[in-house]
Design a binder for this molecule. Structure first.
Ligand SMILES: [Zn+2]
Length: 67
């Protein structure tokens, strides 16, 4: 099972397509990627399904974060 993935996602703020690099060797991850188009943070939640050797990626905006 390779551990590095390139995944294309859509920005939840503006719909821009963003490529993210995922490292599956560290297990489940929570991370943020800034959209190149609108600069808003995209919340990525990566879950590794070892039983099926699949990688699930949940994308959402981070509206609860207050600056
Ligand atoms: Zn965007």
């Amino acid at each position: 099972m390779k551990s590095l993935y390139q995944q294309r996602i859509s920005c939840p703020h503006c719909g821009h397509h963003v490529f993210v690099s995922l490292d599956a060797s560290d297990g489940d991850q929570d991370m943020y990627e800034d959209c190149a188009a609108c600069c808003n943070p995209i919340h990525l939640n990566m879950h590794i399904d070892y039983a099926n050797k699949k990688l699930e990626l949940h994308v959402d905006s981070d509206d609860e974060q207050i600056f």
